[in-house]
Ligand binder design. Structure first.
Ligand SMILES: O=P(O)(O)O[C@H]1O[C@H](CO)[C@@H](O)[C@H]1O
Ligand code: HPA
Length: 289
């Protein structure tokens, strides 16, 4: 048995073969990929001429195990653009290695997308935020990456991207500008935020001391996803846009403790998903193929 991590993951040929197999199940040729966060999969219901491919139908694809993540790819048209939505993502805390968490991003790139939109449910760390706010990701902190669990660990194939990729500018400036303008037009100004998302491994929610630490590190919101996907997307040259729905406020004081639950996360998701979906749909309409 080997514990050598350098050979793990799917090869470039594996990824292309998976993409080819999936494309045989749909007529659509997507240019935009969307990963739906916890309870935020409803956007898939807005897709015209949908073709649905369940993850279990795709050889070598992980299965989604978390409530609020259905486990299917939805291909079709949104605002005139051809899209593929992941209705259900993979998380490190489900027991998947990082490279597997983000492998669908490489598959979507191999299917032809040039832009990736990532959505998530996140806890608010910035005391000025409120539950129900929408936070555009200006940047992220890859806590697992900083502590030795970067999604790009392992042998690098330059056909995916460079060995030492830059991560500055991961979130596309132009898309951020467009999204902000759309949010103003839609009247979302009062709930629109822009900030830094920090990924923790999960599945435990933060203690008060941890929330204080993450806040002191400069994070505005915390979640257990998104960063590996965004890093892999940037590595392979995709334009990335990220947005969080703030589903709960993290406790920064022992005097006002809120013990977050996944049910609470899904409930706020249900209540506020409509606005997030509207914003994302309008942005898709503006993206140049
Ligand atoms: O990041 P998404 O998938 O939206 O899910 C968020 O919600 C779950 C916790 O309720 C965690 O998985 C967290 O990451
Ligand atoms: O408060 C949170 N912490 C971590 N992940 C989350 N996902 C939704 N809310 C949270």
């Amino acid at each position: 048995m080997t514990t050598d991590q350098s050979e793990v993951g799917y090869t470039f040929d594996d990824i292309n073969s998976i993409a080819k197999d999936v494309l045989q199940k749909t007529q659509h040729r997507p240019t935009i990929g969307i990963i739906c966060g916890s309870g935020l999969g409803g956007l898939a219901d807005k897709v015209d001429q949908p073709d649905v491919v369940h993850y279990h139908e795709i050889k070598e694809f992980p299965v989604a195990t978390v409530q609020g993540h259905e486990g299917k790819l939805v291909f079709g048209k949104l605002e005139g653009k051809t899209v593929v939505l992941m209705r259900g993502r993979f998380h490190y805390y489900e027991g998947y290695p990082m490279w597997k968490v983000a492998m669908p991003v490489r598959v979507m790139k191999a299917m032809g997308i040039s832009t990736l939109i990532v959505t998530n449910a996140a806890g608010g760390l910035n005391p000025e935020f409120n539950t129900g706010d929408l936070m555009i990701l200006r940047d992220h902190i890859d806590l697992p990456g900083l502590t030795g669990e970067c999604v790009l660990i392992g042998r690098n194939d330059e056909r995916f991207g460079p060995r030492f990729p830059a991560t500055v500018g991961t979130y596309d400036d132009q898309l951020i500008k467009q999204a902000k303008a759309i949010a103003q037009e839609l009247g979302y100004g009062p709930v629109l935020r822009e900030g830094v998302y920090i990924m923790i491994g999960g599945p435990t929610f933060e203690t008060v001391a941890e929330s204080r630490l993450l806040r002191n590190w400069g994070a505005d919101a915390v979640g257990m996803s998104t960063v590996p996907e965004a890093v892999v997307a940037k590595h392979c040259g995709l334009k990335v846009f990220g947005i969080s729905l703030i589903t709960d406020m993290c406790s920064l004081s022992y005097d006002a403790v809120n013990a977050t639950t996944h049910e609470e996360v899904l409930k706020i998701g249900q209540k506020r998903a409509g606005d997030l979906q509207k914003l994302v749909s309008c942005l898709i309409g503006k993206i140049q193929d």
